[in-house]
Design a protein around this ligand. Structure first.
Ligand code: ATR
Length: 276
């Protein structure tokens, strides 16, 4: 029987998830469809009930529902609990349970790992931003034992709260202090929405003090190269955009749903061809 997957969010029009997942079904010979569902907040509970009611096999959950949806699933896996958000629901029909997972942080880590110059446990990271996307990345990096994690945010209190949740040695800074101490870090990640289309041209912090050995990463992939990454290029630094995170979070969802290894290269090529 054809399986049905999808994504629920609001707005949902621009998502590349259907294209990406469909390319994976084609490549692996899985008979499935992937549908975008525009779900208003007041209909979220009904939408989640509808997964079970209609026998939908699984959905991704995106902005703005990742936190609220936790209330409506039957079970949360450890990672979703740790991050405090769900981006993937599995309809486990044998157990008659909807289970919430989060693949965002691990997806980012996978995209980052191949680009690191030092072992992960020796890497010092500056994360800019403490919103939803930043939280998934911060909690994952801290849990996996990065050497040092520093979180900088416009609203310092949010960076402090997130650092507290990450535990260990995680520090919080203002954007200005982070900017002045840029040379301390091996990896600098922008998780804020600053630089996202259509308001491109903005930078979350200046990269004037950047060392060329630093890897500069942006979770944004539209535009493909934000001004933040272009300025990093000019400093001779390596850059990583957000497309790898998008592909890997989707690949991990695919694997949770199907039990089949995701064709990551095909998924990445599909998304890249569309965006570049
Ligand atoms: P997302 O789910 O994409 O992470 P979010 O949860 O709304 O979105 O978080 C947005 C992040 O971008 C926050 O860290 C926010 O900083 P504040 O906590 O101070 O609001 C950051 N951000 C948004 N606009 C910004 C701007 N103009 N300058 C600096 N930071 C900004």
């Amino acid at each position: 029987m054809t399986q049905v997957f999808g994504v629920i969010g609001d707005p949902i029009g621009h998502t590349l998830s259907p294209l990406m997942h469909t390319s994976a079904y084609r490549d692996t010979g899985i008979s499935a469809s992937y549908v975008s569902f525009n779900v208003k907040q007041e209909n979220l509970e009904d939408a989640v009930k509808g997964i079970r009611g209609l026998g939908i096999n699984g959905v991704n959950v995106t902005v703005p529902h990742k936190i609220e949806v936790m209330k409506y699933v039957d079970e949360l896996d450890e990672t979703a609990k740790r991050i405090g958000a769900v981006n993937t629901i599995v309809n486990d029909k044998k157990q008659n349970k909807l289970i919430g997972y989060n693949t965002d942080g691990e997806g980012y880590l996978r995209s980052l790992q191949s680009r690191l110059r030092k072992p992960f446990r020796e890497t010092r990271v500056l994360l800019i931003g403490a919103g939803g996307a930043g939280r998934a990345v911060a909690v994952t990096l801290a849990h996996k034992g990065v050497k040092q994690l520093t979180i900088a945010n416009r609203t310092v209190a949010s960076a402090e709260a997130l650092a507290e949740d990450c535990g260990g040695e995680t520090r919080a800074l203002s954007l200005g202090t982070a900017q002045a101490s840029l040379m301390e870090f091996d990896v600098v990640i922008n998780s804020t929405s600053v630089g996202m289309a259509p308001g491109t041209g903005q930078m979350p912090i200046s990269l004037e003090k950047l060392a060329s050995r630093t890897l500069v990463s942006d979770l944004i992939y539209n535009p493909w190269k934000t001004r933040f990454l272009k300025e990093a290029d000019k400093k001779g630094a390596e850059t990583l955009n957000g497309v790898g995170m998008f592909v890997h979070q989707g690949a991990l969802s695919f694997e949770l749903w199907t039990g089949v290894q995701a064709p990551v290269k095909i998924m990445e090529r599909t998304v890249t061809e569309k965006l570049r």
